[in-house]
Design a protein around this ligand. Structure first.
Ligand code: COA
Ligand code: AMP
Length: 631
C-alpha cells in the first residue's frame, strides 16, 4: 500500500483506522468508543476499554513462547559489563518489583518517581508501576536536586526509586545524595525510597524510609497485572516549558500502546524478535517510547546502552554495539553522529565492524543538518531517516515511514506527516500558509492516539499552552514550512526552548536562576549555535550598579548556580557581563537579535529598538569571546 493511501485512510476515517491498529494490543475488555469527542478540546481514545500495558509488553510474549528470547540487553562500556534479560526473566523481576511497591502500599493511580541511570532496573521499575496501575515519572539523571524537588512537589509520589550512582566517563554521579537533598527541599515527602545499590558507590540508606532494591526484590511476593482504563494515565514525563515550572505531560495507557505498536512496524519496519536500539536515555521521551515501551510491546529486543557515542572508548562504540547484538535498526540524535563524525571523519572505525544486521538509522530530537545526514548516509550506505516529534506527542509527527513506503529523502526535512497527524502551517492570523512560507506548525485536533491527554493536575495550563492560540489546533511550538510535496521543514522554536545535544531546555528557566544572584540586575540567555551540540546556552548579564567585584568571579558563581539549580545537562558554561541589554521601546529584551549576532547571521535592525547603539556594544562583547563571526 502507498503512503498516500494509508495517510488518506487515517484522515478520512480515524476511528476505523485506529480500531484496526488496536488489534496489535491485547485488551482486557473492549472499548465503547474508539474516539471519544464528547468533551472537546479533550479527546480520548478507546474510551471504556481496559488493558494492562505491562501485560502487553511482557507477559503475553512469555505466553506466546518468547520466554527465552532476550527482552533487554544492558550494554555498559562505562562499567565494562553486558547483561541479557529474557522475557521470562523480565516477567519474574517486574512482577517482584510490582510486589515490592504493593507491599509499600502503592496502588493504582499513585505516583512513583524514578531517578536512575541507564540500567535494566530502570525499565523494570517503569514496567512494575504499569503492572499495578501506578503512574511513573522518570526524571533524567543529569537534572539537579532542585529540579527533582520541583517534580516531587508536582507529582506528589508515594514512592521513589533511584540508583545509588550513575557512571559518566569522567566521574561517578552520586544520585543518592541528590535524591536526599531533593526530598529535603520538597514540601511533599514520599513514604519510601527503593535504592539500587551499585558497587562503585553505594548510598547511605535512611532508616524507616529507604529499602535496598536487591533485598526488597528477594523478599517480594510477585504481583499480578491490574486492568486499568485505556484512558488512565500510564506516566507523567516532565519537559521544559516557558517558565521554570516544567510541564507534566500525561500519557494514557490504551492510545499509547496502540500508537507505539503501530509505529514499530509502520515507521521503523521492525518485526517481533528483532533487535532495536534507541541510543538515548530513559529520562527522555525517546527513551520512554523506544527504549522501553514500543520494542517490548511488539516482542522485539531492546538495548539499554550506558555509554556515549565517543570516548567509551572511542568513536567506534556504536558500531561495536551493532555488531555485538545484531542491531537491525538504530535510533539516536544527530548530535551523537556529529560527535562520531568529529572524532572519526573518514569512518575508519566503521571498517572494524560487521554492520550487516543494520537496515536503517533514524535520527530525531533536534534539527538534523544536511551535512550530518549526508555523512551518515555515505558512511553507512543505508537509509538515514530524520523524523520529527516531541515529548508531548510521544511518537513521530513527521517521518519517512519505512514500513509503509520509503519516500525520497529531502535533506533538512523529516519528510511528511505520519498517518494520524493533520499537520498545518498557519500564519499569525490563523490562515493556512502558502507552500514554502514559514509559519507556526500546528496539528489539527484531534491528535492521534499516544499523544498527551493533558498536563498533570493542570488542565488549564494544557489548554493555555497548546490549544488556545488557534482553537481546534494543537500548537507544536515549532516554526517551519511545508513544500509543495507536503514535506515538512522544522526550522526553529517560537518560544524560549533551546535544544542542547538533543536535550530540551528552557532559557527562561536559566534566566530565572541568573536573576536570583545578588549582583545581577537583569539578564538574558540565548541558544547560540554550536557545531557539536546544535545549540549551547549563552548568558548575558547586567550587574547591579555599585557592584565592584571582579566579574570573572561572578561569572563562575553564575555557572555553578545554574549547574546546581538545573543540572549539568544544561551545559551552561558561558556568561558575559554587558553594560546594557538591547530592548524594544516597550522594554522587551531582543533575544532573537542577539542570537543572530552571536551566530554571525545577518539581521534586520528591529524597527522598535530603543537604542541601536547597544547592539554594537553587545556585538563587540560577543566577538571578544569568539562569537559573532560572519560565516
Ligand atoms: N546523569 C548525570 N549526569 C549526566 C547524565 C546522566 N544521565 N547525562 C549527562 N550528564 C552530564 C554529563 O556528565 C555532562 O556533565 P559535565 O558538564 O560534568 O561534563 C553534562 O551532563 C552534559 O552531558 P552531555 O549532554 O552528555 O554532554 P557531553 O559533553 O558529556 O557529551 C555528546 C556530548 C554529544 C557525546 C552527548 O551529548 C550525546 O551522546 N548526545 C546524544 C544525545 C541524546 O541521546 N539525546 C537524547 C534525545 S534523542
Ligand atoms: P523533546 O520534547 O525534548 O523531544 O524536544 C522536541 C523538540 O525538539 C521539537 O519540538 C523540536 O523543536 C525539536 N526536534 C525534535 N526532532 C526534530 C527534528 N527531526 N527536526 C527538527 N527539530 C526537531
Amino acid at each position: 500500500m502507498s503512503y498516500q493511501n494509508v495517510y488518506d485512510r487515517s484522515m478520512s476515517d480515524p476511528s476505523t483506522f485506529w480500531a484496526e491498529a488496536a488489534a496489535l494490543i491485547d485488551w482486557e475488555s473492549p472499548w465503547s468508543q474508539v474516539l471519544d469527542d464528547s468533551n472537546p478540546p479533550f479527546y480520548r481514545w478507546f474510551s471504556g476499554a481496559t488493558l494492562n500495558t505491562c501485560y502487553n509488553a511482557v507477559d503475553r510474549h512469555v505466553i506466546a513462547g518468547r520466554g527465552d528470547q532476550p527482552a533487554i540487553i544492558h550494554d555498559s562500556p562505562v562499567t565494562d559489563s553486558k547483561t541479557t534479560i529474557t522475557y521470562a526473566e523480565l516477567q519474574d523481576q517486574v512482577a517482584r518489583f510490582a510486589g515490592v511497591l504493593k507491599a509499600q502500599g502503592v496502588v493504582k493511580g499513585d505516583r512513583v518517581i524514578i531517578y536512575m541511570p541507564m540500567m535494566a532496573e530502570a525499565l523494570i521499575a517503569m514496567l512494575g508501576c504499569a503492572r499495578i496501575g501506578a503512574v511513573h515519572s522518570v526524571v533524567f539523571g543529569g537534572f539537579s536536586a532542585h529540579e527533582l524537588a520541583t517534580r516531587i512537589d508536582d507529582a506528589k509520589p508515594k514512592a521513589m526509586v533511584a540508583g545509588s550512582c550513575g557512571v559518566e566517563p569522567n566521574r561517578i554521579v552520586l544520585y543518592k545524595p541528590l535524591l536526599d537533598a531533593a526530598i529535603e527541599q520538597a514540601d511533599h515527602k514520599p513514604q519510601c525510597c527503593i535504592i539500587l545499590q551499585r558497587p562503585m558507590e553505594p548510598g547511605t540508606l535512611v532508616a524507616g524510609r529507604d529499602l535496598s532494591w536487591t533485598q526488597a526484590l528477594a523478599d517480594a511476593e510477585p504481583a499480578d497485572c491490574v486492568a486499568v482504563a485505556a484512558t488512565d494515565p500510564l506516566y507523567i514525563l516532565y519537559t521544559s516549558g516557558t517558565t521554570g515550572q516544567p510541564k507534566g505531560v500525561v500519557r494514557d495507557n490504551g492510545g499509547h500502546a496502540v500508537a507505539l505498536a503501530w509505529s514499530m512496524s509502520n515507521i521503523y519496519n521492525v518485526k517481533p524478535g528483532e533487535v532495536f536500539w534507541a541510543a538515548s536515555d530513559v529520562g527522555w521521551v525517546v527513551g520512554h517510547s523506544y527504549i522501553v515501551y514500543a520494542p517490548l510491546l511488539v516482542g522485539a529486543t531492546t538495548i539499554v546502552y550506558e555509554g556515549k557515542p565517543v570516548g567509551t572508548p572511542d568513536a567506534g562504540a556504536f558500531w561495536r554495539v551493532v555488531e555485538d547484538h545484531q542491531v537491525a535498526v538504530l535510533f539516536t540524535a544527530p548530535t551523537a553522529f556529529r560527535a562520531i563524525k568529529r572524532d572519526d571523519p573518514n569512518g575508519e572505525h566503521l571498517k572494524r565492524y560487521n554492520l550487516s544486521s543494520l537496515r536503517a538509522l533514524f535520527l530525531a530530537g533536534e534539527r538534523c543538518d544536511p551535512d550530518t545526514l549526508n555523512w551518515a548516509e555515505q558512511k553507512l550506505g543505508l537509509p538515514v531517516i530524520d523524523h520529527w516529534w516531541q515529548t508531548e506527542t510521544g511518537w513521530a509527527i513527521a517521518a519517512n515511514c519505512l514500513g509503509i513506503e520509503q519516500l525520497p529523502v529531502k535533506p533538512g526535512s523529516p519528510t511528511r506527516a505520519v498517518p494520524g497527524y493533520d499537520i498545518q502551517v498557519l500564519d499569525d492570523e490563523g490562515r493556512t500558509s502558502e507552500a514554502g512560507d514559514i509559519g507556526r506548525i500546528m496539528i489539527k485536533l484531534p491528535l492521534p492516539p499516544g499523544c498527551l491527554s493533558t498536563l498533570w493536575d493542570n488542565d488549564s495550563r494544557f489548554i493555555q499552552s497548546y490549544l488556545a492560540t488557534q482553537p481546534g489546533y494543537y500548537l507544536t511550538g515549532d516554526a517551519g514550512y511545508m513544500d509543495e510535496d507536503g514535506y515538512v521543514f522544522v526550522m526553529s522554536r517560537i518560544d524560549d526552548i533551546i535544544n542542547v545535544a538533543g536535550h530540551r531546555l528552557s532559557t527562561g528557566g536559566m534566566e530565572a536562576v541568573l536573576a536570583s544572584h545578588q549582583d545581577v540586575a537583569e539578564c538574558a540567555v540565548i541558544g547560540a549555535a554550536d557545531q557539536l551540540k546544535g545549540e549551547l546556552p549563552l548568558g548575558l548579564v547586567v550587574l547591579k550598579s555599585g557592584v565592584e567585584r571582579d566579574w570573572a568571579d561572578i561569572a563562575k558563581e553564575l555557572v555553578t548556580l545554574v549547574r546546581k539549580q538545573i543540572g549539568p545537562v544544561a551545559a551552561f558554561k558561558t556568561v558575559i557581563v554587558v553594560d546594557r541589554l538591547p530592548k524594544t521601546r516597550s522594554g522587551k529584551i531582543l533575544r532573537g537579535t542577539m542570537k543572530a549576532i552571536a551566530d554571525g547571521k545577518e539581521y534586520r535592525m528591529p524597527a522598535t529598538i530603543d537604542d541601536p547603539a547597544i547592539l554594537a556594544e553587545v556585538t563587540s562583547a560577543l566577538s571578544d569571546i569568539g562569537y559573532a563571526k560572519q560565516h
